[in-house]
Design a protein around this ligand. Sequence first.
Ligand code: DCP
Length: 230
Amino acid sequence: AASGAHHATGKLVRNGEDKKAVICIEGNIASGKTTCLEYFSKTSNIEVLTEPVSKWRNVRGHNPLGLMYQDPERWGLTLQTYVQLSMLDRHLSTISAPVRMMERSIFSAKYIFVENLYRSGKMPEVDFAVLSEWFDWITANISIPVDLIVYLQTSPQTCHERLKQRRREEEKVIPLEYLESIHQLHEDWLIRKSSSPLPAPVLVIPADQDLEEMLHRYKEHRDKILTASS
Ligand code: DCP
């Protein structure tokens, strides 16, 4: 199908004729997704998209990420609406290499972060309903191909340590319990496969080890990751 044409499922196909492989890197906050993406961007001829977190910290001079951590009930919908838009924009941008690797996805935004806000009582039901309507409309009407999910599996404690070390201002308020909830939702989705639909097969990489060991592990998994997606 040509760019913009409809294929058999009736969804709009944006990326044109050639099949391109899309790999999404998933994992808890501070699980090391950025390091993983950096490794692949340096060692492979693939397109790497990091997460638009800088956008979430500055949209026309506002910081919805910071606001969300200060008052999730008031600002959760604001942040997550913007996250959903920025992820959709990423998924639909023209792919410039045969393989694309990206940080997170529109799926984890909804199945992990929106779900967590709602379940923990920090998102009013009406906000959850509106976000869900948007998400359902998007996924029913727009094709968002993902070929492989790489899950960087960490313990919440490891993430907590890394979070404290990196000291992102907005994240100072994150307690271990928050990382535990986010961890559980990842496990339910990607390991137990019991919560939300999986858009692609999952490759699990244990990711509690230090940087050097992780780079070694990425090297080991490199071919498997690049071929599993095609
Ligand atoms: N976030 C959120 N809602 C989302 C996605 C992310 O509230 N739908 C928040 C959690 C973090 C920040 O945005 O405070 C960035 O989270 P990520 O885990 O996506 O990115 P990191 O930079 O923490 O990843 P890593 O350290 O693994 O590279």
